[in-house]
Design a protein around this ligand. Structure first.
Ligand code: NAD
Ligand code: SF4
Length: 442
């Protein structure tokens, strides 16, 4: 049984409420940090832990914190990115819904380390019921002296505010999120400057994902060195994976990053295999923005070793053969699923969510959707497959924010690994049209 650092208490009845959380060891890490550590010591523990950001990019958290500019007399902000909108990703929702005090405790420790007295949780609009849960927990934390002025006599002040998004995927991109938080339209800024230097209201800002901030609690509880021993190499600690698609037991799992992909999919401790004994066809292991990978490459590396659930192993071979850990949104496709249809559904999503600032993304996503729709509906030509390849190549690396790459990679990987399926649609137009009967909205 793998070690659990985040979800170990999730099963306790009433853990959502302060009294139960506190009785079960809650706020011990905050107490330790505020009473016996300096802000720099907290940052040092996070650095030692090797924990990488859990939102998708995997940037080392301690390093990001150390980039925070600290000009005299200028406020600093911590922003919790709870705009979890990546298709297939729902782990942060689970944390916020069932363990809101774990997040608040993580925010408190992190704000203390960064010297931020105002912290925002920016939550996606579709998580309509969760702000109430968070606000109730924030009120409880205030009442019990964990927020407000002079927290637990430490001299440190902190207020946390919850801000609801309005349903735009792009507001999960940190600079678009900041724009939205400032009351403007959520469009990404050009980086640099990074938020660590010029973020919210042009002040130094750290933007971290929900899981990243919750993981600060066990890091302080057990110490950075101990945390770094869990997992393999630069994939330190535990990671939440939201598993969905053709699985017997979809759900949110906390894994130590030392198990194989095969174990994660097939063992009863995790996903319990594919329903009805079907064959595994492909998987997107890190949310829709990372490349799809066929079963053979997913389970085994080029060296014939088992592929592991780590940042390095999943990315082995780059985008051509490997994929990425991303946000941990693990989407499984069985042998009955159509990769072309699946790719069209993603292309439609990215076209809809493009903010329209840069032409390769604004025009290219729509173009890819159109070409894919033709192929899927049996109206495509062989040359459309090469056209699709060409369009995605022209988007990748030519846009302001990663949404452009995220739209291009799934298309590239689908053609690279499943070109025969695209060709089948062109060669069997009647059958392709028949399969789509009644599904014209796609
Ligand atoms: P990124 O690599 O540009 O940045 C990672 C983080 O490190 C950012 O906070 C950035 O500000 C910081 N950083 C990097 N270099 C820095 C420097 N020199 N100085 C200061 N700070 C620096 O990636 P990103 O745009 O934050 O994230 C992209 C990822 O987000 C994608 O790969 C995707 O997996 C993921 N994603 C997740 C969701 C979700 O719902 N969880 C949704 C969409 C995308
Ligand atoms: Fe907007 Fe797309 Fe450009 Fe990102 S890549 S800034 S979403 S147009």
């Amino acid at each position: 049984m793998g070690r659990k650092l985040l979800l170990d208490k999730a099963h306790i009845e009433g853990i959502r409420y302060y009294d139960v959380y506190r009785k079960n060891g809650g706020y011990a890490a905050a107490e330790k940090a505020l009473k016996s550590m300096s802000p720099d010591q907290v940052t040092e523990e996070v650095k030692k832990s090797g924990m990488r950001g859990r939102g998708g990019a995997g940037f080392p958290t301690g390093l990001k914190w150390s980039f925070l500019a600290k000009p005299e007399g200028v406020p600093r902000y911590l922003v919790c990115n709870a705009d979890e909108s990546e298709p297939g990703t729902f782990k942060d929702r689970y944390l916020m819904e069932f363990l809101p005090h774990l997040l608040i405790e993580g925010l408190l420790i992190s704000s203390f380390a960064l010297g931020a007295n105002t912290t925002y949780i920016y939550i996606r609009g579709e998580y309509a019921w969760i702000p109430d849960i968070l606000e109730e927990a924030i009120a409880e934390a205030h009442k019990n002296g964990w927020l407000g002025k002079n927290i637990q006599g430490s001299g440190f002040d902190l207020n946390i505010y919850v801000q609801r998004g309005a349903g735009a995927y792009i507001c999960g991109e940190e600079t678009a999120l900041i724009e939205s938080l400032e009351g403007k339209r959520g469009t990404p800024r050009i980086k640099p400057p990074f938020p660590a230097v010029k973020g919210l209201y042009q002040c130094p800002t750290v933007v971290n994902n929900v899981e990243t901030l919750a993981a600060i609690v066990p890091i302080i509880n057990i110490g950075g060195d101990e945390y770094a021993k869990i997992g393999i190499g630069k994939s330190a600690g535990t990671k939440l994976i939201s598993a969905c698609g053709n699985l017997n037991k979809p759900g949110v799992y906390e894994i130590e990053m030392n198990i194989s992909v095969e174990e994660f999919i097939y063992s009863d401790e995790y996903c319990g295999g594919i329903p009805n004994g079907k064959r595994l066809k492909a998987c997107i292991p890190g949310g829709s923005s990372v490349p799809i990978v066929p079963a053979n490459l997913l389970l085994t590396t080029a060296k014939g070793e088992k592929r592991m659930m780590t940042y390095e192993s999943l990315n082995d071979g780059g985008f051509a053969t490997g994929t990425m850990m991303g946000s941990g949104g693990f989407i499984v496709l069985d042998e009955d699923q159509c990769v072309v249809r699946h790719t069209l559904s993603l292309a439609r999503f990215y076209h809809h969510e493009s903010c329209g600032q840069c032409s390769p993304c604004r025009e290219g996503t729509g173009w890819m959707e159109k070409v894919l729709k033709n192929i899927e509906h049996g109206k495509g030509k062989m040359s459309d497959i090469d056209l699709l390849w060409d369009i995605q190549r022209k988007i990748e690396g030519n846009t302001i924010c990663p949404l452009g790459d995220a739209a291009a990679w799934p298309v590239a990987a689908a053609i690279r690994h499943f070109r025969d399926e695209f060709e089948w649609h062109v060669l069997h137009p009647d059958e392709a049209q028949r399969r789509n009967f009644g599904l014209a909205h796609y």
